[in-house]
Design a protein. Structure first.
Length: 466
């Protein structure tokens, strides 16, 4: 997800200073290079390296398409040519970042060289006319901290949008009968968002496990990894099944071109393979391939979005909102049988037995405390939204499985949102603040951001550079 590539299209208008626009385009290029940003330039197309005429715009569009850019960056190096920027953005259909450098004071003759801010006002209006969503980073200097922050935030937004627009989920078995809450509308997900499912029956999974055991080498590698990173409290043949399951899920995902999986983790699966799938899920989640429980397709979508927002700097975990903290008014227990990646753990995890089942293969560990983002993509009756907000880990009683007690700003407000919907008791967490990234990504993917902290203006201020 770090390999996000943006199209760099600095723009100018002829009646303002062309030399100053060229100067600021060059300074902006240098700044992006210094920040290590992967961008596609237009200086081989436009004579002065800026977008301001239709003939160049057509060639620029072709170049950006061929390069497979994930976003468009329009620095307004003077006023800019708003209709060329809008035409390019409309054709490419990727996230758009508008920004311009702070204008200097007029010279001794009262002459203004650029009027970059004024041009941004014009471009914003024309983009709205073209029905092109865009992100706005308020005018600032290249040296200001908000410039780097705004660029990196935009790259993460592009990462989420790219991931969301190519979702294909490996669905291993139907949802458990008792989990009516995890039902989804497969046709509607495809029609609205191009979210595709690749359903496989449990016998296909067990057949792949059998092949993995017969081949042996990959299973042996996974067993060795488990012995190094977990405390093992299950039998040898059970550990072999954990490893074979991990290998099998990954092979099926690769076969069907999937970026996440949702597995029917109980009860038929345990009867077929003799283990819980939690430890295998944990191993895959640690690799950045999300696997969620109870065939929760919306949970898998959430995990993909959250992983992309994290830009590969932290792994996500899939959890239940379960019970309120016995001592903290705004505290809550996040817990699941054991699918959490080991990098989330505050101690060496155990592969053992779960809380509510008799079969082995669950993981036990308390997660690290610290700052987290918690989110949930969900929908019903044709309306979809993303619940999201912040939490911090706190001390609390020991419990089985993978767990962490968290504190939020207002638990009653969050609880009401979960009950009133369209959400359920499942969420995805990450040890990183990605609320602004996910909020802004919703602009491009057609869902409503739902902030349980009721802090929309704070999030918007962060995005615009305050």
């Amino acid at each position: 997800m770090k390999n996000i590539k943006i199209g760099f299209a600095p723009t100018r208008r002829s009646i303002f200073s062309a030399p100053d626009a060229v100067k600021y385009a060059g300074l902006t290029r240098k700044k992006l290079e210094d920040l290590g940003i992967d961008f596609v330039d237009i200086n081989d197309i436009s004579e002065d390296g800026l977008l301001h005429n239709e003939h160049d715009r057509i060639k620029i569009a072709e170049k950006f398409k061929a390069a497979g850019i994930d976003g468009l960056f329009f620095p307004h190096c003077n006023f800019g040519t708003e209709y060329e920027a809008a035409r390019l953005a409309k054709e490419l259909q990727v996230p758009v970042l508008l920004w311009g450098p702070r204008d200097e004071r007029p010279d001794e003759n009262g002459i203004r060289l650029r009027d970059s801010q004024c041009g941004l006002f014009a471009t914003g209006k024309v983009l709205r006319r073209f029905q092109v969503p865009f992100t706005y980073l308020c005018s600032c200097r290249l040296e200001d901290a908000e410039f780097e922050r705004g660029i990196r935030n935009f790259l993460a937004v592009c990462s989420v949008v790219r991931a969301f627009r190519s979702i294909r989920i490996l669905q291993i078995g139907p949802r458990p009968f008792d989990f009516w809450s995890t039902m989804c509308n497969e046709g509607e997900l495809l029609e609205k968002f191009n979210i595709q499912l690749a359903p496989v029956p449990l016998p296909e999974l067990t057949a792949e496990m059998k092949k993995a055991k017969e081949e042996g080498s990959q299973v042996a590698e996974v067993i060795s990894y488990c012995r190094e990173h977990f405390e093992i409290r299950i039998k040898e043949e059970e550990l072999e099944n954990v490893a074979a399951l991990k290998v099998a899920i990954r092979k099926l995902a690769d076969r069907y071109g999937c970026s996440a999986a949702a597995i029917q983790c109980w009860n038929a699966l345990q009867s077929e393979i003799g283990i819980m799938p939690c430890a295998a899920n944990s191993l895959l989640n640690e690799e950045g391939f999300p696997v969620v429980c109870e065939t929760d397709i919306h949970g898998a979508v959430t995990a993909i979005m959250c992983e992309a927002a994290g830009m590969d700097e932290a792994r996500t975990f899939f959890a239940d909102w379960t019970v309120r903290h016995p001592d903290h008014e705004n505290g809550e227990l996040l817990q699941h049988c054991g699918p959490w990646p080991i990098s989330c753990a505050s101690c060496k995890p155990v592969i053992g037995y779960p809380l509510a089942f008799d079969h082995p293969g669950a993981v036990e560990a308390e997660a690290k405390h610290g700052e987290m983002t918690l989110c949930r993509f969900d929908g019903d009756n044709g309306e979809y939204s993303l619940l999201l907000g912040k939490a911090k880990g706190i001390d609390g009683p020991y419990t089985k499985g993978t767990y962490v007690w968290v504190e939020v700003e207002n638990l009653k407000r969050l609880e009401a949102k979960l009950v009133e919907g369209p959400y359920i008791h499942h969420c995805v967490g990450i040890h990183k603040d990605v609320t602004a990234v996910l909020y802004e990504a919703c602009r491009y993917i057609g869902i409503t951001p739902d902030l349980y902290d009721d802090n929309e203006e704070e999030i918007r201020a962060y995005i615009r550079g305050e």
